[in-house]
Design a protein around this ligand. Structure first.
Ligand code: PYC
Length: 334
C-alpha cells in the first residue's frame, strides 16, 4: 500500500460526533450497498479502524463512508461504522451527513434521499443545521422480555428495530444523570452480556447491540430522557436516531403516542430529538417483517418514524495514512 489521504468532515449531532469520509476511501464497486458493506468489512476494515480509532479518532466517534447510491432514486449512499464494527443505519450520523453536505455546498434545503444498507432514509434539510429524517420502517419484535444479570437481578425490556436492534428498559431504578455515565455504562453492558448469554436476539437472529435505558426528562420541554449504550462500549451523547425510532415503535405498540403526535426524546447530555410516527404501508410493513420466522409475529405495528435534530460541522481535514506508520490503521481497542 502506498500512503493514503482521506478527506473527512467532522460534525456533532446533539453532542454525538460523526466523521464522514468524502473522498479517498476504498473502491467498493457499484453493487448494492449491502454488498459494498460486506466488501468494506471483509477486505478494507483497516480504513474503518484508521478513521475511528486512536490516534486519529476515539471510541465515541461514528464514521460514514459517502458513496454513490445503488438505487437510482437516491441522491447519496452511506455506510456507517464505529469502534466495534458496522452499523446498519445511524440517525444522528445521517443528520450529521446532511449538515456536512450543506457545508460542502452539495445539498440545499429540501429532501435528499439517502440509501443505507437497510433501506432508504429521506432527509429533509430544514436549515444549515436542522434536519428531519424519515427513517426506515421500525417495529417492536417482543415486549416484556426478561433477562437475568450475573448478580441474579432480573431486568425486563422490549426488543425493537429502529434501523439497529435495541433492548429498551424502563424499569431499572437508576437516575439517568450524565455524571453517572460510568455506572450506567457498566449496567447497560451487563444487560447486553446477559442477553447474549441467554441467546436473546432480534428477529432472524439479529444481534441486539444497543441497550437503551429510559427515565423522566430533566427538562420540562422533553417527554423522556434516555441513556443509549452503543456496540463498542461508548454511550450516545445524542438521543440516538435509531434508538428514538425503536422507542416510537414501542410507544405506538402500547397506544401511548398517537400517529403524528410529537415525542421529545432528551439524551443523557440534554440534547433533544423530536420524533413522531405514521403507519407504514402494507408493502413497507411486509418488507420489514420478512425477517420473521414462519409462525412469528411482531409485537406492534410497523411505523415510519420521523426524527428531527440539529448538527454542526466541527472540522474539515485530510487524514494521512502513511505506509511506514506502525499504527497506520489505528489502535484497535476492541
Ligand atoms: O443515532 O442512530 C443513531 C446512533 C446509533 C449509534 C449511535 N447513534
Amino acid at each position: 500500500m502506498s500512503d493514503v489521504i482521506l478527506q473527512v468532515v467532522d460534525s456533532h449531532t446533539g453532542g454525538e460526533p460523526t466523521r464522514i469520509i468524502i473522498s479517498g476511501g476504498p473502491d467498493l464497486g457499484t453493487g448494492p450497498l449491502s454488498e459494498r458493506l460486506r466488501l468494506l468489512r471483509e477486505q478494507h476494515d483497516g480504513y474503518r479502524s484508521a478513521v475511528i480509532n486512536e490516534p486519529r479518532g476515539s471510541d465515541v466517534l461514528v464514521g460514514g463512508l459517502l458513496c454513490e447510491p445503488y438505487d437510482r432514486s437516491c441522491d447519496v449512499g452511506i455506510l456507517f461504522f464505529n469502534n466495534a464494527g458496522y452499523l446498519h443505519m445511524c440517525g444522528h450520523g445521517t443528520i450529521g451527513l446532511m449538515s456536512t453536505l450543506y457545508w460542502l455546498g452539495r445539498v440545499r434545503p429540501g429532501v435528499t434521499r439517502v440509501e443505507t444498507p437497510v433501506g432508504i432514509v429521506e432527509a429533509e434539510l430544514l436549515d444549515a443545521n436542522r434536519v428531519r429524517l424519515r427513517n426506515v420502517p421500525s417495529w417492536r419484535y417482543r415486549s416484556g422480555v426478561s433477562v437475568v444479570l450475573s448478580n441474579g437481578d432480573e431486568v425486563s425490556g422490549d426488543i425493537a428495530w429502529g434501523g439497529n436492534w435495541f433492548y429498551l428498559v424502563t424499569r431499572h431504578g437508576r437516575a439517568l444523570e450524565q455524571r453517572e455515565w460510568q455506572g450506567l455504562s457498566a449496567y447497560a453492558l451487563e444487560i447486553r452480556a446477559a442477553l447474549e448469554r441467554a441467546g436473546i436476539t432480534g428477529a432472524g437472529g439479529g444481534l441486539i447491540d444497543h441497550i437503551e435505558l429510559f427515565g423522566p426528562a430533566f427538562s420540562g420541554l422533553a417527554d423522556s430522557r434516555n441513556f443509549v449504550m452503543c456496540p463498542g462500549g461508548a454511550y450516545d451523547r445524542s438521543p440516538c436516531g435509531t434508538g428514538t425510532s425503536a422507542k416510537l415503535a414501542c410507544l405506538a405498540a402500547d397506544g401511548r403516542l398517537a400517529a403524528g403526535a410529537v415525542w421529545r426524546q432528551e439524551s443523557i447530555v440534554g440534547s433533544v430529538f423530536e420524533g413522531s410516527w405514521q403507519l407504514a404501508s402494507e408493502s413497507e410493513a411486509a418488507g420489514a417483517l420478512s425477517v420473521l420466522a414462519a409462525g412469528e409475529s411482531a409485537a406492534g405495528p410497523v411505523v415510519l418514524p420521523t426524527i428531527t435534530g440539529s448538527a454542526w460541522v466541527t472540522g474539515e481535514s485530510r487524514l494521512i495514512l502513511q505506509e511506514s506508520d506502525p499504527f497506520c490503521f489505528g489502535i484497535r481497542s476492541i
